[in-house]
Design a protein around this ligand. Structure first.
Ligand SMILES: *Cc1c(COP(=O)(O)O)cnc(C)c1O
Length: 384
């Protein structure tokens, strides 16, 4: 064996051993349809809707299974153009730009907007793609305490004023379910001449009067300069978009490398998203059902004394603290036919391991009761 091959396998096995020793080894579960899904982000039950599948097939028949090239070469098709227009209309912005994933939308946007002279301020619980995007841009992220406007203001006041500043927050926090104080962030940004970027991956399709998210039509470009939405969650398909001014979108088309150097999204997926947007507008009762389930779950869980947070979104974490407790509860729930997320460090801070329970509009009252009864049983056994 050559010395360099030896060094690599050593390095990998050390990294694996370290993960295992901490009890943090990650494994993929092949999702079985016999489990009730309380882990996913398909909040209004669109991912399995046959109308989306039909639209996707029709889109593929008409435009091809793949786009065949990047947007700047020959991959930008009519269906992408139509989808961008619809997304811009949904959130009330002049323009939107389609990306293949939310991760890439954030990498591309931050890499195009920031460099080593840019001051970036992030909520400490922001999504990994926002932290990674700033890193890719060579900008240093200062992180403020979660939803703490005073802490943000303290950091802004200390930063040199002649450099561009960007404040970034999740709209709905993906592991906690609480919502950014967008009004407060906007006021501070105005005072310090900073731009505000909100990633509303978990708010779009769920919050807002038309499912337009936590920073939809009522929050124009002058309040939230950069809005990111993803399509793989409540909209049930895949991909993402950035919405904002004409100048912002033009800038991204010029400079966002993760946009420029990648194949455009398969046209069938764009067609399915257009169908999802039709359903979002035509069937507001899906959001009503979801709201009812959230209210019911929280009411019953409170009576049971479960450690709820104060989230009013479909993300309802139970913070148990230790990773072992979380793994034990998740395994027992799975034996009962219930799939929930088991979230451990480094995804969440040390000592804050949690079950990430998500509710969606397809859950029946029976399914919710089964979940609540199983949680009550585990709670009584007292392992956390
Ligand atoms: C899921 C998520 C993303 C990534 O979106 P993908 O389309 O899954 O890559 C980005 N930001 C936040 C806040 C998310 O929750």
């Amino acid at each position: 064996m050559s010395p360099s091959a030896f060094a690599w396998s050593e390095r990998l096995s050390e990294a694996a051993a370290w993960r295992r020793a901490q009890g943090l080894w990650r494994e993929r579960r092949t999702f079985k349809a016999d489990l009730i899904d309380f882990a996913g982000n398909d909040y209004i039950g669109l991912a399995g809707d046959p109308r989306l599948a039909e639209a996707q097939a029709a889109g593929a028949r008409r435009f091809g299974s793949g786009a065949g090239a990047s947007h700047l070469v020959s991959g930008h098709l009519e269906i992408h153009e139509a989808l961008e227009q619809r997304l811009a209309d949904l959130v009330g912005r002049p323009r939107a730009l389609l990306f293949s994933t939310g991760y890439m939308a954030n990498l591309g946007t931050l890499q195009a907007l920031c460099d080593s002279d840019t001051q970036v301020f992030q909520d400490r619980l922001n999504h990994a793609s926002l932290l990674d995007g700033a890193k890719l841009a060579g900008a240093r992220s200062r992180r403020f305490h979660h939803r703490d406007l005073d802490d943000l203001e303290r950091l802004l006041a200390r930063a040199p004023s002649e450099t561009p500043r960007l404040v970034i927050s999740d709209g709905v926090f993906s592991m906690d379910g609480d919502v950014a104080n967008v009004g407060g962030l906007r006021d501070i940004c105005t005072r310090y001449g900073a731009w505000l970027m909100i990633d509303d991956a978990h708010g779009l399709g769920v919050l807002g009067p038309q499912g337009d998210g936590c920073v939809g039509r009522a929050h124009g470009v002058d309040q939230v300069a950069v809005l990111v939405g993803t399509l793989g969650k409540a909209l049930g398909t895949g991909g993402a978009f950035v919405a904002g001014s004409e100048a912002l979108i033009d800038h991204l088309i010029q400079y966002a490398r993760p946009y420029v150097y990648t194949t455009a999204q398969p046209p069938g997926v764009a067609a399915a998203t257009l169908a999802a947007l039709d359903i979002l507008a035509a069937e507001p009762e899906r959001r009503d059902r979801l709201r009812d389930s959230i209210r019911y779950f929280r009411h019953e869980a409170t009576l049971l004394g479960l450690p709820l947070t104060d989230s009013f979104t479909p993300i309802q974490p139970l913070v148990l603290g230790e990773s072992e407790a979380v793994m034990h509860w998740a395994a027992r729930l799975q034996e009962a036919g219930l799939l929930v997320g088991a979230i451990r460090p480094p995804t969440v801070p040390q000592g804050e391991a949690r079950l990430r329970i998500t509710l969606n509009a397809t859950h029946t009252r029976e399914a919710l009761d089964h979940l609540l009864e199983t949680l009550a049983q585990l709670h009584e056994e007292g392992m956390h």
